[in-house]
Design a protein around this ligand. Structure first.
Ligand code: DOR
Ligand code: ZN
Ligand code: ZN
Length: 427
């Protein structure tokens, strides 16, 4: 079947241009101007005035299956991704069982394949059971389908374990994605240490927990030559360290989340668990450093850290709620509304951070681009009509999102994965 998407504002090779895109069955057949006149399409979609972009790539999501399906399943998580325009995701391994052997990795791959409506790349764990003690067999995990390794949810506390993990990951040529957190500097905190923690009378977690461990990791990465990916960096010190590491030629990439780019601790107006995540919301100075680092390339990509939890798990305020908020369904519209429409980031750069940049960082040759012959992964957005984020519109089982109710631009109209329509806005 031939599908023609005509007259859209197409993001292609770093530029936005009015073009047509032709999909044939599961792959792109052509992209260019005036394809409409040549084609004999079975289906024509008029995208005039709409944004047409390669499907987004989110290298950091939590799908909770197996083990925690009250929070999310592969089906609901991937439907949420499709709703947000994401067509490729990297799923974290804080699951039960943890994918830490080739057998478990293969089972995970089969589940993702069976239930996912988007392309799901699976992280394997860095250490056995994610306990931070014994490193896994990365070559075997890679052979079983792992695209990268992470113990996300926890940092690797021991420098010796991290050093060994990096040596093995470098040998297997697998990216190591680290949740950077020195637990000895947390002091049972639930919110960033600072004035807001004092105002709400909550225990604070030090920002140094992130930056001091990042400094350690960068020095270890320099020696081991691993591809080290820093997850969800959130402090100005982390930004400075990554900038330094890149100048030294250390093989490092990093991500920032929409919530750390768009919110600070000042936005927490009450003891509300929907503002609790790890790392926590930081200061305005941290936020400003992150936004500047998006523009100058220090931050490589945006990833959501989509972390759904059940309503009862997010109840009871900061002291009782689980860490984490959802992100897949609101990421683009929020970033477009709050960073692009306000002039802090250009639309092409935002699109790069969500498409070709993550694909490049994780060496995913067919993702994040509209290329003839490659899988037809694409999303269409309406940039004109304002809309409200409604909880009833979420496909995720997790309703834990502090942006619910906000007025946004840039809602998703359609998402295609390998030529299949996996999301369509209801009229
Ligand atoms: O807020 C978070 N939630 N941070 C993490 O590192 C883990 C995640 C989760 O799994 O819920
Ligand atoms: Zn994390
Ligand atoms: Zn995470």
């Amino acid at each position: 079947m031939l599908t023609l998407i005509k007259n859209g504002l197409v993001y292609q090779a770093g530029q936005l241009q009015k073009m047509d895109v032709l999909l044939q069955d599961d792959h792109f057949a052509a992209v260019g101007v005036a394809l409409a006149e040549l084609s004999d399409a079975d289906r024509v979609i008029d995208a005039a005035g709409k944004l047409v972009t390669p499907g987004f790539v989110d290298v950091h999501v939590h799908y909770r299956q197996p083990g925690f399906t009250q929070k999310e399943t592969i089906k609901t998580g991937s439907l949420a991704a499709a709703h947000g325009g994401f067509t490729t995701v990297g799923a974290m391994p804080n699951l039960d069982p943890v994918p830490d052997t080739p057998e478990k990795m293969e089972q995970m791959q089969a589940l993702n394949q069976k239930d996912g409506v988007v392309h799901i790349l699976q992280y394997a764990a860095i250490t056995k059971g994610r306990r931070g003690k014994e490193v896994n067999d990365y070559a075997a995990l890679k052979a079983a389908g792992a695209f990268a390794i992470s113990d996300d949810g926890n940092g690797i506390q021991s420098a010796a374990v991290m050093y060994q993990a990096m040596q093995h990951a470098a040998a297997a040529n697998l990216p190591l994605a680290e949740h950077i957190e020195d637990e000895s500097l947390l002091f049972n905190g639930v919110i960033n240490a600072g004035p807001k923690a004092q105002e709400l009378n909550l225990p604070g977690m030090l920002d140094l927990s992130e930056s001091s461990q990042l400094a350690r990791d960068l020095i270890l990465a320099q020696r081991t030559k691993v591809h080290y990916h820093a997850c969800h960096i959130s402090t100005k010190e982390s930004v400075a360290l990554i900038r330094w590491a890149k100048q030294q030629g250390i093989r490092v990439t990093c991500e920032a989340t929409p919530h750390h780019l768009l919110l600070t601790a000042d936005d927490i107006l009450a003891d509300d668990g929907n503002y609790k995540m790890n790392p926590p919301l930081r200061t305005r100075a941290d936020q400003a450093a992150l936004i500047a680092a998006l523009a100058d390339g220090t931050i490589d990509l945006i990833a959501t850290d989509h972390a759904p939890h059940a309503a009862d798990e997010k109840a009871g305020g900061f002291c009782h709620a689980a860490f984490g908020i959802t992100g897949s369904e609101t990421a683009f519209s929020l970033l477009y509304t709050k960073l692009v429409k306000t002039g802090q980031l250009t639309l092409p750069r935002l699109l790069e951070l969500l498409t070709s940049a993550p694909a490049k960082a994780f060496s995913l040759p067919t993702a994040g681009t509209i290329q003839p012959g490659e899988p037809a992964d694409l999303a269409i957005f309406d940039l004109q009509q304002p809309s409200q984020i409604r909880e009833s519109a979420y496909y995720s089982k997790g309703k834990n999102n502090p942006f619910t109710g906000e007025q946004i631009y840039g809602i998703t109209e359609m998402t295609f994965v390998s030529g299949r329509l996996v999301y369509q806005k209801e009229d």
